[in-house]
Design a protein around this ligand. Structure first.
Ligand SMILES: *Cc1c(COP(=O)(O)O)cnc(C)c1O
Length: 395
């Protein structure tokens, strides 16, 4: 299949969408599926739909589709909740696996919620755990024998810098630490060989490159050979071995399903299921090659047109995910001016203008056009208009 596949999405006219790394666009068929689930399944079938429309197995079926896209075996991925919850669960389970160690190692570039969840968990356990966050480039060196768990986000949300999954996991294992990867900005963006990495856990969200819609459920992977020893911190009934036996005591499912918590969000899961159709027949290596070509073109265009901006992503494509960031002191205002002109990226404090490149629906012509509009905004000082200074709640 050749890329892009714009025909698979309902994209608004006149918009160049460079924010699929934050919220993917609406895949064709997703809205119809939502209408069907709401109108016919819920509306007509009512509670019978858990069986008649097979809602009860939807979390596992969607998990298997995600597994195929992240290099994980069938049955190893559970879906539901939000990524923050999945981070907490993976971390709590990982700490239980190394009861004599007290250090959680992450990095200073990690997404805030991952660090906050670790801080909250440390407070709840209250047994003297510490969270270390060296600079991303210093992480490998900081993996020592005191470390219980290494918890990293594979692609840095701000800079797009890519950690070496295999090498860092090997390093973690060489000192006896457990490895957790957050794939929020890698799943659907870069080829992944999760099973090959041997990492114990991985988590991710589905509203970014998987286009599952705002608030789409998260996913969690546990390595199949350890899953039966994983102790769930959030022992919800949907992770029980027999939820409808209604037993008074918790008995975990004998698979990754034990990392589910409560009732799955069926409407969102159905939308995600429909959204995953766009990946049928997509070769992840071809996607990666197309993504690199788009990012390289954007960097070259922007650097030649806008000397005021500073590249804030690794220059070497092999060290970058599927996004490119530029630093600019007035990045917020500039991004508002860009958005008003139909180029949608986003801003991350303190000064990062972030652009995501998704070869499923972005082509070279889009990239060149976006760079030309960025040139107008920056070199033409259009960002100085005071109307761009009012900050919205979401940037
Ligand atoms: C997007 C993102 C999140 C978001 O977590 P939610 O619980 O879905 O809001 C968490 N971690 C990382 C690394 C992210 O990129």
């Amino acid at each position: 299949m050749t890329l892009p596949r714009k025909d698979l999405f309902d994209l608004p006219e006149g918009v160049i969408y460079l924010d699929g790394n934050s919220l993917g666009p609406l895949p064709k068929g997703a809205a119809a599926r939502a209408a069907e689930v709401i109108g016919r399944e819920w509306g007509q079938e009512l509670i019978r739909a858990w069986n008649t429309a097979d809602w009860i197995t939807l979390p596992a079926r969607v998990g298997d589709r995600i597994a195929g896209l992240i290099g994980a075996p069938t049955g190893s991925v559970a879906t539901g909740d939000t990524l923050s919850i999945k981070v907490y669960q993976a971390l709590a389970a990982a700490l239980k696996m190394r009861p004599d160690r007290r250090v959680i190692l992450s990095d200073s570039g990690n997404f805030p919620t991952d660090l906050y969840m670790a801080q909250g968990l440390i407070g709840t356990i209250d047994k003297g755990y510490t969270l270390r966050t060296p600079a991303p480039q210093d992480v490998a060196e900081a993996i020592t024998e005191e470390v219980a768990v290494v918890m990293l986000t594979h692609v840095d949300y701000r800079s797009g810098r890519l950690h070496d999954m295999k090498a860092i996991t090997e390093k973690a294992h060489s000192v006896g630490a457990v490895m957790i990867w957050d794939l929020a900005h890698s799943a659907g963006a870069v080829p992944l060989d999760l099973a090959g990495s041997q990492a114990e856990f991985a988590v991710g969200c589905t509203y970014k490159y998987f286009n599952g819609g705002p608030g789409a459920p998260a996913f969690i992977y546990a390595r199949p050979d350890i899953v039966e020893t994983v102790e769930p911190a959030l022992a919800g009934w949907m992770g029980h071995n027999a939820p409808f036996a209604m037993e008074p005591g918790y008995r975990p499912a004998m698979s990754t399903e034990r990392l589910r918590v409560g009732t799955p969000p069926i409407v969102q899961l159905s939308i995600l299921d429909a959204a995953l159709d766009v990946w049928e027949g997509v070769d992840m290596d071809a996607l990666r090659a197309a993504s690199i070509a788009l990012c390289e073109t954007f960097i070259a265009e922007v650097e030649s047109r806008c000397p005021t901006l500073t590249l804030a992503s690794p220059r070497n494509a092999a060290e970058r995910g599927s996004q490119v960031s530029f630093a600019f002191d007035h990045g917020y205002e500039a991004m508002q001016a860009l958005i008003e002109r139909g180029v949608i990226g986003d801003f991350r404090a303190p000064d990062i203008m972030r652009f995501g490149f998704t070869p499923l629906y972005i082509d070279t012509a889009d990239v060149v056009a976006a760079a030309a509009i960025l040139e107008d905004v920056i070199e033409g000082d259009l960002w100085r208009d005071p109307k761009y200074q009012t900050k919205s709640k979401v940037t």
